[in-house]
Design a binder for this molecule. Structure first.
Ligand code: NDP
Length: 507
């Protein structure tokens, strides 16, 4: 029997809605239906699909206030942050719809050698029939929206399984798809991890965003099923502040990068390495700056900077990292934890080292642990020590040094004198290295190609003979001709290796 999930307001715990927790059989049935519908969706081609996505964009823009209400109610974000996500998805639609024809066009392949010279050859991008998008609670529209629209444009049908914490925004996306009258190739299935696992069991490709732990379990299952996957996982992003940095900008940028969504972002700044000559000034200025930020619940008033923690469980993890650091000798220069109800105060930690969870594990909370380093080399070494490799930032007035440090960091993205910005560029990939993931989202043509299988198609250029030189029957005379032909084809090695041994040649 289908269970139920109560969706709670993170701010006051009231029940916002009740949604079904779908059973595996129901998920399998939805996937079967999507698979049926997908054939026609692929057949209409990228231009027609782009047309439907543009209609969805218009619908989203018309509904932006209502969607921000829903998103804010289930996530506890400040209003300003609740309103960022929809324009991002709208822009993703604009960009990928504009380029879909070009990115998905059949590609003519030129002959690489003699054997294929008489052939016409094409590389064709054919979609995976059904893509399962499994998403977390921290960006309830941006993440599933970006993943779903690119998969749909590529020609796949999409089954979205949002987090059980924030399913209501995803249901808005489904409402939009239905209200514009689009083909039934997009569905949302609500539920727990069990529902997510059923998605993995039935779809043809898994696009997962969430914790490294769950991502690994999903990858194992995908390998068993021999289906491809893309995993966008956790992070522990370092910021490196060099002595020549514009400290005002570094303070503001790092505060925003660390505290955005109460630090509940995969690309949050979670560690800061500061060169010794500016360490004291940076720390003092950062603490002063954070003291001026406002925290609370601001439905529709744009009156706070930092909102609530999305769940009591996440709040407890962040609090534990703070408490463990302090117990081990760290100092909280501001914050330290409880700010009443679901709020966790922004916390600057100093006297920290990598033996502490706050510097080693993903905190996903409003903490900023800061480490003094002798030089950039030490900062790079410590930044790379993490098992994660999502993104990083470097703060310096010297662009050449910034670029040089970027190349030394083992992460999927580096923003120089900024944080998060790579995520706003549709032409750049967003993906993690090491335990932060496998694959990437967005990134120009690759953002659509990932949801397709390459198909090679060859056909004779001219009316063919009834036989080909490589076909049966084999025999010594033919072998000589074929060997000569292959010698001509070979671009490496000497032609003599293709000569038949004398004995064979005589028979
Ligand atoms: P989880 O891994 O707990 O859950 C992510 C999604 O997977 C949810 O929809 C969840 O459902 C579902 N799920 C849980 N178990 C299974 C399973 N066995 N099979 C299939 N699906 C399952 O992550 P969180 O929701 O807690 O999100 C926070 C994490 O996401 C952080 O680690 C963060 O760094 C990462 N993240 C990564 C991003 C990136 O782009 N790299 C971006 C944003 C977040 P349910 O909610 O019902 O349990």
């Amino acid at each position: 029997m289908t269970g139920k999930i109560e969706v709670l307001s993170p701010v006051d715990g009231t029940v916002l809605a009740t949604v079904p927790s779908e059973r595996p059989e129901a998920v399998a049935a939805i996937v079967r239906e999507l698979r049926e519908q997908q054939r026609e969706w692929e057949a209409i081609g990228p231009a027609a699909r782009a047309g439907w996505l543009r209609k969805l964009r218009e619908w989203l823009l018309a509904e932006r206030d209502r969607i921000a209400d829903v998103l804010q109610s289930e996530s506890g974000k400040p209003r300003a942050e609740a309103e960022i996500e929809l324009p991002f998805v709208a822009e993703a639609i604009s960009y990928f719809a504009r380029h879909a024809m070009e990115f998905l066009a059949d590609e003519r392949v030129r002959p690489s050698g003699l054997l294929s010279t008489p052939k016409r050859m094409m590389r064709i991008h054919r979609p995976f029939p059904v893509v399962g998008v499994i998403s977390p609670w921290n960006f309830p529209l941006l993440i599933p929206g970006a993943d779903a629209i690119t998969a749909l444009l590529a020609g796949a049908a999409v089954l979205l399984k949002p987090s059980e914490v924030t399913p209501l925004t995803a249901l808005e996306l489904q409402r939009g798809w239905q209200e514009i009258g689009a083909p039934a190739v997009f569905a949302v299935v609500t539920g727990t991890g069990e529902t997510g696992a059923a998605v993995v069991e039935n779809v043809d490709y898994v696009q997962f965003t969430g914790s490294t732990h769950t991502g690994q379990a999903i990858a194992h299952r995908c390998v068993d099923r021999m289906i491809p996957y893309s995993l966008e996982l956790g992070g522990k992003d370092p910021a490196i502040v060099l002595a020549d940095a514009d400290l005002d900008r570094a303070v503001r940028g790092i505060a925003w990068g660390a505290l955005l969504n109460s630090g509940q972002a995969c690309i949050s700044v979670e560690r800061v390495y500061v060169e010794a000559p500016v360490y004291d000034r940076f720390v003092t200025n950062l603490v002063d700056y954070i003291a001026g930020l406002r925290q609370g619940d601001d439905t529709m008033h744009y009156s706070v900077d930092i909102g609530a923690m999305a769940t009591p469980a996440q709040r407890a993890i962040a609090q534990r990292h703070i408490d463990e650091a302090v117990a081990a000798g760290a100092t909280a220069l501001i914050g330290g934890g409880d700010a009443g109800g679901p709020f966790l105060a922004p916390t600057v930690l100093v006297d920290v080292d990598e033996s502490m969870t706050c510097l080693r594990e993903e905190t996903f909370g409003p903490t900023i642990p800061i480490v003094k380093v002798a030089d950039a080399a030490e900062a790079i070494r410590r930044a790379n020590q993490s098992v994660y490799g999502l993104s990083a930032s470097v703060w310096t007035r010297d662009p050449a040094r910034g670029a040089q440090i970027a190349r030394a960091l083992e992460v999927g993205a580096v923003n120089i004198n900024d944080t998060v910005t790579n995520l706003f560029e549709m032409g750049l990939p967003h993906g993690g290295w090491k335990r932060s993931g496998s694959g990437a989202r967005l990134g120009g043509a690759a953002g659509l190609h990932k949801y397709t299988r390459q198909q090679a198609v060859t056909a004779p250029r001219i009316r063919p003979l009834p036989w080909e030189p490589l076909w049966y029957p084999y025999g010594p005379r033919k072998a000589r001709v074929v060997r000569r032909l292959l010698a001509a084809v070979a671009t490496t090695g000497s032609a003599s290796m293709w000569r038949l041994p004398a004995r064979t040649a005589r028979t």
